[in-house]
Design a binder for this molecule. Structure first.
Ligand code: G3P
Length: 214
């Protein structure tokens, strides 16, 4: 499973990258806004740090506007993936961008049929938002399972980026289902690595080592 980091924060990206945990980066307008810096400056800097797919989202909601923004964003770096909202105009834009060879990440997907449509339109990636479904008492991971099955049934090339991840179980279950990618917030990445028995065992080893010096 590939790990992307779901942040626009440069320090978090550098830290996770130094652990070998960053195969790519996803951003969205909310994550960019949190940084209080110029959008393109942030995306350019991320591209200099990480050699992998970097998602940058369009703001337009009409096809022509999305395509114009996508062409502009794609010029920033070869690794740019343009995030397109899962609306009908977005599907049209996705199809046209696929023909131009511009990679897309169809975002804000909340149903398996949306994911099927995105794949048919030629999306490079689909982003099901599982935490936001859980927030509505709907099972986000069930959506991942359904998309994995549909894409496998029809051998679509579109890769699944499990997004809106809130906890380690979201990553574990997605990996067991065979989702291609998890885009993980920095805070959750730390939780994946943590185990109290590791800390307890390490402390015991170090305490015993100290005794050898007496
Ligand atoms: O980047 C898209 C997605 O991961 C957002 O997550 O936590 O805002 O639902 P969240």
């Amino acid at each position: 499973m590939k790990f992307f980091i779901d942040t626009a924060n440069i320090d978090e990206i550098k830290e996770a990258h130094s652990m070998g945990m960053v195969d790519g980066v996803t951003t969205n307008p909310s994550l960019i806004a949190k940084e209080g810096r110029d959008f393109e400056d942030i995306i350019t800097e991320i591209c200099q740090i990480v050699d992998g797919p970097i998602s940058a989202e369009v703001i337009s909601t009409d096809t022509e506007g999305m395509i114009k923004e996508a062409r502009h964003l794609a010029k920033i770096h070869d690794n740019i993936v343009v995030k397109i909202p899962m609306i009908l105009d977005g599907l049209k834009a996705t199809r046209r961008l696929a023909e131009e060879g511009i990679k897309t990440n169809v975002t804000l997907a909340f149903s398996p049929l949306q994911a099927l449509m995105a794949a048919k339109a030629g999306a490079t990636y689909i982003s099901p938002f599982i935490g936001r479904l859980d927030d509505l008492s709907q099972e986000g991971l069930l959506l991942v399972e359904q998309i994995v099955e549909i894409y496998s049934n029809y051998a679509f090339d579109t890769e699944i980026i499990v997004a809106s991840i809130r906890n380690p179980l979201h990553v574990l279950e997605s990996a067991l289902m065979g989702a291609d990618i998890a885009t993980i917030p920095f805070s959750v990445l730390g939780k994946l690595a943590a185990h109290p028995m590791t800390d307890k065992g390490l402390k015991a080893f170090l305490d015993d080592w100290e005794k050898t010096k007496k």
